[in-house]
Each structure stands twice: as C-alpha cells, then as structure tokens.
Design a protein around this ligand. Structure first.
Ligand code: ZN
Ligand code: ZN
Length: 201
C-alpha cells in the first residue's frame, strides 16, 4: 500500500483488489458516477459503471473524458445508446474512421461519420440554416424560458439538423418530411426514414 493511500477512499487505492472490493460496498449512484468519471484504474471504472442503474449510464458517458474507456465502451457495450454517446465524445480520428466504416450498427456508423466533419459547418441543404444558427436559437429560447421560470415544464427539445443515412444530405427538422401518423421524419431528398443517429449534435 502506498503512503498516500492512507488519505484516500478505498476505491482510489493503488491496490486493485482493495479498490474492487470497495466498489462492492457502494450502492449510491452519484458515488458510482463519480468513480466512473474519476477512477484511474480501468477495471475499477468498469466495475462501477456496470454496477450503476442502467438508465443512468448513458448520462454518465456524457461526462467521461478518458478516451481509452470510451473506446472500450464502443467496442464492448451492448446498449447502443451508450455506444453512440461514447462515439460522440471520442476525438481520435483513426478510431472514428474505423467505426464509421466497420461498426455493425448503422446509427453508430453514422454518428462516427458526422463526428469526422465539423458539425458547426453543416447547413440544411433546403433552407440553408446552419447548425451554429440553430444552436444559437435553441440557446436563446432556453435562456428565455429560464427567465420566465418555465424551463423544464415546456418541451425543451430544440431545433436541429439531420443527416440522411442513405443519401448523406443534410436537412433541418422543419425541411424534413413528416410521416403521417408517426413521430419519425423522412429525408426530403430521397424519402429515406431517418434513424436515431441522424441527429447532428
Ligand atoms: Zn431547412
Ligand atoms: Zn436522403
């Protein structure tokens, strides 16, 4: 045991076994989340991630910055929501290229392809609105709602751009076509129905 271990919680111990034992005792999801984000040992991090409530995992991924762990999630996780959030955080272009061409899931491939270009440069091919502009509108709308104290009560989902998984063209949510009786939309250029990964973040 290292000298500094005396001042650390057990999950931060440099002794892997001791750290792993400590995780077994922790049930608090906020604590598990903190461990996933901060642990230096990959096994400890993985253990804490597996232990947390499933519905909290996706949100936790949004705060992870360790690329080694993010890559592992992309390659080993079964939940594709988690895999997509992990791809969204990864910066390594070589890895993203690999995912964009070889991943088994269409959504995951699409998100990796979007990441390889700078999303801020995207425009709707029909009306010309840019991603930067929509983000600004969303931000201002949210700020107004917050001022009115109504944030959180009104549907906050802002406007955005979609990239067609089939023809690759980009359309905004207003130019995308509504599908009668369904919540999905389709591509105004080739009529393909958008998949979840089509949203450009
Ligand atoms: Zn448009
Ligand atoms: Zn299309």
């Amino acid at each position: 045991m290292g000298l500094f271990d005396l001042f650390k919680p057990a999950w931060q111990s440099s002794d892997r076994e001791k750290a792993m034992e400590a995780i077994k005792e922790i049930d608090d999801d906020e604590m598990l989340k903190k461990i996933v984000i901060k642990a230096s040992n990959q096994d400890v991090r993985k253990e804490a991630f597996q232990k947390m409530e499933e519905y909290l995992r996706e949100d936790t991924v949004k705060e992870i910055t360790d690329e080694v762990f993010l890559k592992e999630l992309v390659l080993t996780e079964e939940d594709y929501g988690i895999r997509i959030e992990a791809v969204r955080k990864i910066k390594d272009k070589t890895f993203l290229k690999e995912v964009a061409s070889n991943d088994t899931d269409e959504d995951v491939r699409l998100v990796a392809a979007i990441k390889l270009t700078n999303p801020q440069d995207f425009n709707c091919k029909k009306c010309g609105v840019s991603k930067a502009n929509l983000d600004k509108q969303n931000y201002e709308k949210e700020a107004r709602l917050k001022q009115m104290g109504t944030a959180g009560f009104i549907n906050m989902s802002g406007r955005g751009l979609l990239k067609c998984p089939k023809c690759g063209e980009i359309a905004c949510d207003k130019c995308a076509l509504d599908l009668p009786g369904r919540s999905e939309k389709s591509c105004p250029f080739c009529q393909e129905t958008y998949i979840w990964g089509s949203v450009i973040k």
